[in-house]
Design a protein around this ligand. Sequence first.
Ligand code: FAD
Ligand code: NAP
Length: 554
Amino acid sequence: MAEQSAASARVSSDEMYDVVVVGAGFAGMYLLHRLRGLGLSVRVYEQGSGVGGTWYWNRYPGARCDVESMQYSYSFDEQLQQEWNWSERYAPQPEILKYANHVADRFNLRGDIQFDTTVKAAAFDDSNNLWSVTLGGGKRVDARTFILATGCLSNARMPDFKGLGSFRGKTYHTGHWPHEEVDFTGLRVGVIGTGSSAIQSIPLIAEQASQLYVFQRTPNFSVPAHNEPLSDEKRNEWKANYPALRHRARWESRNGIVNPMPQKGVLDDTPEDRQREFEKGWQRGGIAFMVTYNNIVLDKASNDTVSDFVRDKIAGVVEDPSIAKLLQPNNHPIGTKRICVDTDYYQTFNRNNVELVDIRALQIEEVTPDGIKVNGREYEVDAIVFATGFDAMTGSVAKIDIRGHGNVTLNQKWAEGPKTYLGLMTASFPNMFIITGPGSPSVLSNMIVSIEQHVDWITDCLAYMRKSGLDRIEPLKDAEDKWVAHVNEVASGTLYPQANSWYMGANIPGKPQIFMPYIGGVGVYRQICVDVAAKGYEGFALSSRQTAASVAAE
Ligand code: FAD
Ligand code: NAP
């Protein structure tokens, strides 16, 4: 039905759409579905050859979600959430990709998605109130609304090591993994990085490789996943209670995940009680460990006790005390970098074929034809895995030459850090929306919850504009400035800014260091967005083209 109305609403020229969406991950897919429901003509451009975004690109061994699958899934369609059966507590990447493809088929999405197409540029034309979008190859299309569903972790970052091009073996990036199976059996492998992607892949690569070198610059805190097959009983319990549980995730949780909500701070308990609670959290596993108490990322003394607990756990698993010491994080409070979730990560360092190479003080000097050189020693390898992360939150947006009012580029506007109103729009770039943009809960949350919230808000906004005869929306500079100040103020009340994290842009040389996501909590944020809309889109300037033209002429 929705597809028919979209087709009939399409303007005769293929070059003109009501909405152009960049990206066909979970955000772009749901956008397409909702916008079609409004009867709008929508074109989604995706540089990959299929849907799924993150789950299309990140095919490395061990890739899986770290938010439990019963929660890391769409909630917008009751039948969809009832009919899909996750097999494990944390589904592996192939299953999540299968789910994305299932959704694309079920809602007939592919017809309006153009794959293998990169959006290179987009310029707002004030005179006709249209975005002119340039695709790879030079073709241009026009759109009334331009939406960036480009993903927060979609611009894989490859360090520029001296000699990289000379390496004779194979190189891989976890965020850009080949589609065909990669077999490391009998090979000497180097993994660079020890973030979430490395921590998931290292145990599996170690099982295949004859020798594995792990090049670690900064150790990270990791909590056991305790992954397991999902029982029918557990699955059915979730399905039976979905309405209430999804509501809790959206409105009552801080991070879009239904978890215990402790009322106590760490130091409210005696050391013995605290130890017992930490142990319970550890046995529960996953990121829920971080909500054992309510102030772990707020109070340094409290955080220290949790960090010590995890450091002790590492020492308890890793047999060689000198290796255990290297693996114990000590330069950031636990939780201020994304907590990692693993299966047998620390145990892997007890294997004879695994060597941890500490590169904190002695950086990688160069990549040679035969391996990786650190402090004069060459580690000979047949393959190098770069688990070196992403230019997060702004990286994929920055790759597009986006121009708003006065031909000013978004990169110029964001030169000192991203500025948005609600993480949804940025002043001087009318009719351009961002899904899970900087300034929204985004990467601090169950991303599907945040994606659905943004898509729903934007869809409602576009419906309101149509109904009201309006065709231009952009944030007021004052509202944007106040929101940016609020985002910073909330972050500064936490321990997060103490870490050199990708949340801060600290992993990219030269990137301005600003805490990018909004840490006020998804429920609080959702309410703010609802209130803004209820007050006639407070903080936004809405107009019709004629009004805008007359204002411009004054
Ligand atoms: P993406 O999935 O990143 O999709 C964006 C798409 O836009 C990509 O396919 C990209 O190719 C395309 N694109 C970008 N620029 C252009 C352009 N110029 N032209 C054309 N196409 C373009 N979040 C969680 O909440 N829970 C998890 O357990 C979790 N696990 C993760 C595991 C990994 C390995 C990674 C990397 C991230 C994980 N995340 C997780 C975050 C994850 O990115 C989000 O959950 C979610 O999948 C993002 O969906 P999206 O559609 O917003 O972006
Ligand atoms: P990441 O957390 O940014 O980790 C990158 C790693 O590479 C870090 O250890 C970093 O060290 C290292 N590194 C980068 N450049 C280097 C260099 N030049 N020399 C040496 N080491 C270098 O990236 P990621 O592991 O891909 O994870 C990114 C995010 O994606 C996660 O935080 C999470 O949100 C998401 N993710 C989730 C899962 C999941 O469990 N579901 C899995 C993977 C990813 P420094 O810390 O010293 O910079």
